[in-house]
Design a protein around this ligand. Structure first.
Ligand code: WA2
Length: 291
């Protein structure tokens, strides 16, 4: 009697919700592997093994390689369609700050300022210099799409800092919880891999890992944009409404995409587990429009 009760329709929504989650998950895995490969490529250990026996001026060769990797990162951006951009931050102890700033010709900037609008606009020239800390994580190169974070100390942002500390102590790719990304102001997550200067054994101790850390390769994911991109791939996208929640904290899910939907009896929830995330995202689809 009512089309809403029709079993075929329920199946359609269910299928689309599931396939949507499968697409996100697969694409996320692909981009995660890709970022991991970049982290290995950029490591001085990889570079050193290939080149050190052949060269005299280590520093100039080093910056040549960095430029090359930067160009490679740009050229292969299409292989990571879900990421907003990839960036590389260096581990700089305070004792090396002055030399580092002289070599690069800019000061290390602080991410958090009193003036929130500046942080959101993210104009590095207008940001304050990073206050004195034991160490910093300034971004030295990035894809064009996230060039606004170059020179910013990633350890001065709460989520980025926690990710960096966890990535280097574990040697794994780690994800932040959703937070407002700079400039886009959209909710997103950041994936970080530590870059080490030696080939560490799998069971290396955290202290040994921290000691061997030279930098951090990270990618940011702008969730609303990536959901939009993927929705275009669904055949009957006009028919369904998709909501994505971060349900890591089950009692307080974070709405990352879509307006709250009223339950038409056709709500379908699918789980979206990401590698490191101690939780899941939930995709809720519902019938939006009845033809
Ligand atoms: N990348 C892009 N936009 C951001 C952001 C970020 N972090 N943080 C806030 N908005 C260089 O983990 C190292 C990237 C951090 C990597």
């Amino acid at each position: 009697k009512n089309i809403l009760q029709s079993g075929a329709l329920v199946d359609c929504v269910k299928e689309h919700c599931e396939s949507f989650c499968t697409i996100i998950k697969d694409q996320f895995n692909v981009s995660m592997n890709h970022v991991h490969a970049l982290a290995i490529l950029v490591s001085p250990f990889t570079m050193g093994n290939i080149l050190l026996p052949l060269i005299s001026d280590v520093n100039s060769v080093f910056s040549m390689i960095t430029e090359n990797i930067c160009a490679y990162t740009e050229r292969t951006a299409f292989e990571r369609p879900l990421t907003s951009g990839v960036a590389y931050a260096l581990k700089v102890p305070h004792s090396e700050r002055e030399l580092f700033e002289k070599q690069h010709g800019w000061t290390i900037k602080k991410m958090e300022t009193e003036d929130q609008t500046l942080v959101q606009d993210c104009i590095p020239e207008k940001l304050d210099p990073a206050p004195i800390h034991d160490e910093y994580a300034p971004v030295i190169f990035s894809q064009e799409t996230v060039s606004h974070i170059v020179s910013i100390d990633m350890m001065s942002g709460k989520e980025d800092r926690e990710n960096i500390l966890r990535a280097r102590a574990t040697g794994k790719g780690v994800l932040t919880s959703p937070f407002k990304l700079l400039k886009s102001n959209h909710l997103g997550v950041v994936l970080t891999f530590a870059v080490y200067n030696t080939d560490l054994p799998l069971d290396a101790m955290p202290e040994q890992r921290i000691e061997a850390t030279v930098g951090y390769l990270g990618a940011s994911y702008d969730v609303p944009s990536l959901v939009e991109k993927l929705l275009h791939q669904l055949a009957c996208k006009q028919m369904i409404v998709v909501n994505v929640y971060d349900t890591t904290n089950a009692s307080a899910p974070i709405n990352m995409y879509g307006d709250e939907v009223t339950d038409t009896g056709l709500l379908q929830t699918s789980n979206l587990d990401f590698g490191d995330h101690n939780g899941s995202m939930r995709c809720i689809a519902a019938i939006n429009r009845i033809a």
